[in-house]
Write a protein that binds this ligand. Structure first.
Ligand code: UT7
Length: 331
């Protein structure tokens, strides 16, 4: 059994928010954001409108289905990676199932933050190879924007994130395409280095007015520590998966990394000994869309002709948890 990515696609909201727009609402500058992160603009949904995470996921899924030449009814499992589900519960998997009008199938959410898609790809691969499911929809989707602290207090994190979704359709195939392997890791000692603490499950009412005033319902990050770990762990896991398959970086057509910071991507390329042309980056346009960065970047790199059927591609990520990992794909 082999696992083929038979379709992929993405969707981002139309609403572009530039660094200059952020300058108007907090003490930041286009210069700082570009220099420290490489981000020029990101997409935000229209707040308080009728579009949420599952809607972005549905649009991305429809594009992936179209490329695969399949219908929603062909899907027999949905895996949805997100840290920003429409509701606290249920997750977006079931909402996607209903909005796509799929038949009654299993659908679940994966809470692995920036690594959600990397984790989901291993699960999808093993489900296909075990023969349990034949056609899997794997989606990464996020609506971060309404939850960010868009004041100077939250500027270190809120300038980095954006909204978006990306999707893969996976099926069994014998034409040479395959997910050759995945390596996944976590180290929960660092759970509070990039997290959203509130609403807090054990607390009566989950959140108080004081908690909101203190901004505890906004994500928080120890940026320097996350940065340091990301530029170490990503190259480590990429080298590891290549070694396991008796390959070197020279065999790889494209590395598609999580888009967290242009400086992280450049450090990863340098540590891997690869030119930037072989390590895809689109952070300038979308910022960090968390679980959606990898499928969005994957689709864009393919669309730009940077890899084709038969080529080897590595997808890799590092993020909250800490979690990190890589997938080795014969596209
Ligand atoms: O997707 C999950 C993974 N996430 C990541 O991988 C993100 C990892 N971390 C990073 O990308 C970087 O650490 C940041 C982009 C978050 C920050 O870059 P940095 O070079 O580590 O800056 P810093 O946090 O050390 O802050 C430098 C200065 C500080 O001022 P002082 O203390 O030197 O006076 C900050 O207060 O920049 C200040 N600063 C800002 N200034 C203008 C922080 N945020 C901003 C801002 N605009 N938005």
């Amino acid at each position: 059994m082999r696992t083929k990515i038979v379709g992929h696609g993405f969707f981002v909201p139309e609403n572009i928010v530039t660094n200059f727009d952020l300058e108007k609402i907090m003490d930041t500058s286009n210069e700082w954001i570009v220099e420290r992160s490489g981000i020029h603009e990101r997409r935000f949904i229209v707040p308080d409108g009728d579009v949420s995470t599952s809607d972005l996921a549905v649009k991305a899924s429809q594009k992936a289905l179209e490329m695969a030449g399949l219908k929603a009814d062909d899907i027999d499992l949905i895996i949805a990676a997100t840290l920003s589900p429409d509701f606290f519960f249920p997750g977006i998997g079931v909402l996607i199932q209903s909005k796509l009008a799929c038949k009654a199938i299993p659908a679940f959410d994966l809470r692995q933050q920036c690594c959600g898609f990397i984790y989901g790809l291993q699960m999808a691969d093993l489900f296909i190879k075990s023969g349990v499911y034949k056609t899997i929809l794997l989606v990464g989707a996020e609506v971060q924007s309404p939850g960010l602290d868009k004041t100077t207090r939250g500027r270190d994190i809120s300038v980095l994130f954006g909204d978006g979704a990306g999707a893969f359709i996976l099926q069994n195939s014998d034409d040479g395409s395959d997910i050759l392997g995945s390596k996944l890791y976590s180290d929960g000692r660092y759970y509070d280095q990039l997290w959203l603490e509130y609403p807090l499950t054990k607390k009566t009412g989950r959140i108080s007015c004081e908690d909101i005033e203190a901004g505890r319902h906004h994500p928080k990050m120890n940026g320097r520590n996350v940065f340091r770990h990301a530029i170490t762990k990503i190259p480590e896991v990429v080298f590891e998966i290549l070694k396991e398959h008796q390959l070197t970086v020279q065999d790889i057509a494209m590395v598609v990394p999580h888009q967290a910071n242009q400086r992280i991507t450049e450090a990863v390329a340098q540590r891997l000994g690869l030119p930037m042309e072989k390590v895809y980056s689109n952070i300038a346009k979308y910022g960090n869309t968390t679980a959606a960065t990898v499928p969005i970047a994957f689709h864009e790199a393919w669309e730009a002709g940077l890899f084709k059927r038969g080529d080897l591609v590595v997808t890799t990520s590092f993020g909250s948890g800490f979690t990190w990992g890589a997938n080795l794909i014969r596209y």
